[in-house]
Design a binder for this molecule. Structure first.
Ligand SMILES: [Zn+2]
Ligand SMILES: [Zn+2]
Length: 307
């Protein structure tokens, strides 16, 4: 379980992170060096290479910080085959993965080896949306996996996330490419992390404490929490929603006939796009997280803030 962290109330630099990508060391098309060049040219600041079962090293460049990582296989409760992203581990996990660990053992191994663990693509995996347990060693899950969406329409795992949060879990949500065929399945989903410095340790700390938000397009410029409401400033969006649990929340949609539910639009880029909104935070809510959707249907997800 993680600490509460609001990156919008902190100082530091925003870095754009690609956190799930494969190379020829597992089932990806590009060599590690080619993948680094690819993400550097695509304007990323951080790349976690996450080959299945192995830890892949590659040199960082002036622009792109590489974090050797891996995607472990493990058994989820109910014997489902799960994938666990292991960011920043200091040892190759192959021998460990061959022991067929469960989720608790795999996340413990990641922690013991200096890493941060996130559950990959629970919807695609077929993990139960209700009653899934992650334990204390997992920082969060992939709220969106572009590859799983592009291939079989199972990229979005907000139901899994909200179910964990409703039961009091403190978990963060990352958005990733899960790229195997760079160019065709890359630059679709990323994390904006707020860090004190561009270093491996600072990025891992941001992932461990939730100092980031996830996006497939929209930018979140500011998020201010006030008594009973949240104010957000963003790139032009069609809808902004505060998700605060079962049957609760608030939302505003742009446009003359846009529906507004317990919220108001404070500023618009034009008649169809919001850039500043205030949303009411229902009393008694355990957590609140924001979702933004732009005119192209691209989304952003902030991490939950807990009351
Ligand atoms: Zn996977
Ligand atoms: Zn993968």
């Amino acid at each position: 379980m993680a600490a509460n962290s609001n990156p919008f109330a902190a100082t530091g630099t925003w870095v754009r992170c690609a956190l799930h990508a494969h190379t020829t060391r597992s089932d990806g098309e590009l060599s590690p060096e080619e993948l680094v060049s690819h993400y550097e040219r695509a304007d990323f600041d951080v790349l976690a290479i996450t080959d299945h079962w192995v830890r892949t090293e590659a040199h960082s460049t002036d622009r792109l910080l590489v974090i050797p990582s891996s995607e472990l296989s493990c058994l989820l409760p109910g014997e489902a085959d799960g994938h666990l992203l292991a960011f920043g581990i200091d040892e190759d996990p192959l021998d460990f993965v061959r022991t067929a660990p469960d989720l608790a053992a795999a996340s413990a191994w990641v922690g013991e080896h200096g890493g941060v663990a996130y559950l990959a693509h629970p919807y695609w995996t077929g993990a139960p949306a209700s009653g899934l347990s992650l334990g204390d060693g997992v920082a969060g899950l992939e709220v969106y996996n572009a590859g799983c969406e592009l291939e079989v329409g199972r990229g979005l795992s907000t139901v899994h996330w909200d179910d964990l949060l409703e039961r009091g879990g403190r978990y963060f949500g990352i958005a990733t490419d899960d790229s195997h065929h760079a160019d065709f399945d890359s630059d679709f989903a990323w994390v904006w992390a707020r860090v004190a410095e561009r270093s491996r340790a600072a990025v891992l700390d941001a992932l461990a404490t939730g100092s980031f938000y996830s996006s497939t397009g929209p930018l979140v410029h500011e998020l201010r929490v006030e008594d009973g409401s949240v104010e957000v400033l963003c790139s032009p969006c069609q809808r902004v929603t505060l998700c605060t649990g079962r049957r609760r929340g608030s939302s505003v949609s742009a446009g003359r006939f846009g529906y507004r539910y317990a919220g108001e639009i404070l500023s618009e880029a034009n008649e169809e796009e919001i850039t500043h909104a205030r949303l009411e935070w229902p009393a008694g809510s355990l957590y609140g997280r924001l979702e933004l959707v732009d005119s192209y249907g691209r989304k952003a997800w902030t991490n939950p803030l807990w009351t």
